[in-house]
Design a protein around this ligand. Sequence first.
Ligand code: UT7
Length: 316
Amino acid sequence: MSLGRAAVVGCGSAVPQGRLTNADLERRGVGSTDEWIVERTGIRERRVAGPGDTTAALATAAGAGAIKEAGLTPDDIGFLVLATTTPDQVLPSTSTAVQEMLGVRCGAIDVSAACAGFVYALGMAASVVESGRSDNVLVIGAETLTRIVDPLDRGTAILFGDGAGAVVMARAEDGGGLLSWDTGCDGSLTSLLEVPAGEAYMRMDGSEVFRKAVRVVVESGAAALASAGVAAADIALFVPHQANVRIISAACDRLGIPFERAFVNIDRYGNTSAASVPLALHEAVECGRVADGDLVLLSGFGAGMAWASAVLRWGR
Ligand code: UT7
């Protein structure tokens, strides 16, 4: 028996204090310029984790904010899912450290689907709520990507930053909630973006990832819209993974969503992988970009390649 849809009832986010501007990268000798980076990516600066800013610490701060905004306490959380590509340790899962730091008393797991991780985790969390197994599920995306980026590789060092975002999902009351969820992956493309086993830093074929990313955002976004039974023109807020403003713009064009409806904060944070969608969603909410009843499209994509899209009707 279905108990009704799961809705986002609170959002939170956290970023480290440290800032790395394009001018800082120029001075570092990365072989790029502020002008090139802004024009080709839309990024002006990113946040960089300091020694105490672990993935778990950023996740905890974002999670605490989401629980508070939902009007709940840690005791109310019945399940915790943390999407991350940059766990603090191989073992145990980073979510266990977050459980302890947040003081929630429930099961906790990590989900690894790179930049699509948060949207994957959101759909999984919704299923837990909708099945009646848990009333309130905390979903976090958190990353310390600057720890796996070669500081002198201009193909990646200009792009990635650190941060976290979180939502609480709970039973929808007034027809709001997750309307559809589309996921996919193509494991023949693993070599396009990877940290090879035994190596410290990521390697990326940027232009190939770019081309494939536009295609999968459009195909998966269109599938999620169709499955929700809504038109692109009805989407009030599009929150895409913040990988490159040109990917966002191309996806908007092809999906038929006016660019002004896409939320973009890549200029201040760069690409924060699994953290980027919830970090952008929280800012969009704080800026008043979404009202109850609005249709929201979320889109994550990246290494794997793996991708996921979700359509929500905002509000409970
Ligand atoms: O999180 C999900 C996964 N990641 C992504 O979605 C990233 C997707 N890819 C991208 O955002 C872009 O491909 C990059 C920003 C990484 C690169 O931009 P691009 O427009 O695809 O550049 P390109 O690799 O096609 O290179 C164009 C030119 C080349 O010079 P020539 O051969 O035309 O003389 C490159 O050598 O730009 C040069 N170039 C750079 N110049 C200055 C490449 N990277 C840089 C750089 N600074 N950082």
